[in-house]
Design a protein around this ligand. Structure first.
Ligand SMILES: NC(=O)c1ccc[n+]([C@@H]2O[C@H](COP(=O)([O-])OP(=O)(O)OC[C@H]3O[C@@H](n4cnc5c(N)ncnc54)[C@H](OP(=O)(O)O)[C@@H]3O)[C@@H](O)[C@H]2O)c1
Length: 252
């Protein structure tokens, strides 16, 4: 029996990287999948490949979130699984270099975006629904230049604890999926120049005991576990799919 048979799932940031891999797996496991993102062409290509429905929208825009929720309500009438995954960092900066615009951009997407994605889709969720948010190993570490991104993911981790408590009376579970370095356009983008990608990937691989970066499909398996009833007694938790980065090489 497919793990998500008959379920309705929304994957934000579902056109590329971890979101695309999760949306693909959720659809293969029987879910009716909606994907969102800001770039229409990427969304349309991904939706056609997966057999999903694409809804263009920016998670930091409340009107877009209202429109996304309305589209799902109209098309499917409910939402069983929310994978609040859209996010990233526009640029890396030390505290001395930090610009207010960059802070607003990162927190606007990663924290405000996730919070209001949950709020706006909550009325569509039946009792027993599952919310998975994408965290980061950066939330547990002190990597120079990653401050704003790390702080945003730490905020999200704490939000998930509170949402888990608030939604427990409705048996809605909320968990954080913590990917380690994963080979996605988002990770490659950190290199800036494409010529720097191999060195970046090698450096990221060395940060894990398994000495490699993850394939997005590996992270998708962890997302499926948290999304499905197989994790029925897990809430307010975080699942590290990080090649051991945080648990084996803890920050000093
Ligand atoms: N790759 C890693 O090593 C790694 C590790 C830990 C955590 N993560 C987290 O994993 C998640 C997915 O990242 P990824 O690595 O798969 O990178 P990615 O391929 O860049 O995926 C990010 C997705 O989010 C969408 N997105 C970004 N900002 C958005 C916004 N304001 N509104 C709507 N959609 C938005 C992007 O689409 P548009 O640009 O078209 O909007 C894109 O499809 C992120 O939350 C990231 O922080 C990644």
């Amino acid at each position: 029996m497919a793990e998500l048979e008959g379920k309705v799932a929304l994957v934000t940031g579902g056109a590329t990287g971890i979101g695309l891999a999760a949306a693909t797996l959720f659809a293969a496991e029987g879910a009716r999948v909606f994907i969102t993102g800001r770039r229409q062409a990427e969304l349309d290509a991904a939706a056609a490949r997966i057999g999903a429905t694409a809804i263009r929208g920016d998670v930091s825009d409340l009107a877009d979130l209202d429109a996304i929720a309305a589209r799902i309500a109209e098309a499917a009438g409910r939402l069983d699984v929310l994978f609040a995954n859209a996010g990233g960092a526009d640029t890396l900066a030390t505290i001395a270099e930090l610009r207010p615009e960059s802070f607003d951009e990162v927190f606007g997407t990663n924290v405000r975006g996730a919070a209001f994605t949950v709020q706006k889709t909550l009325p569509l969720m039946p009792d027993g629904a599952s919310i998975v948010v994408t965290g980061s190993t950066s939330a547990s570490r002190g990597n120079p230049g990653f401050g704003t991104y790390s702080a945003s993911k730490a905020a999200l981790r704490q939000y998930a604890r509170v949402w888990a408590a608030e939604l427990a009376p409705r048996r809605i579970r909320v968990n954080v999926l913590v990917p380690g370095p994963t080979d996605t356009p988002g990770l490659r983008g950190i290199a800036g120049d494409p010529a720097g990608v191999p060195a970046l990937l090698a450096q990221m691989a060395a940060s894990t005991p398994l000495n490699r970066v993850a394939d997005p499909a590996e992270i998708a398996q962890a997302a499926l576990f948290l999304a499905s009833d197989r994790s029925s007694f897990i809430t307010g938790s975080e699942l590290f799919a990080d090649g051991g980065e945080v648990q084996v090489f803890p920050a000093a």
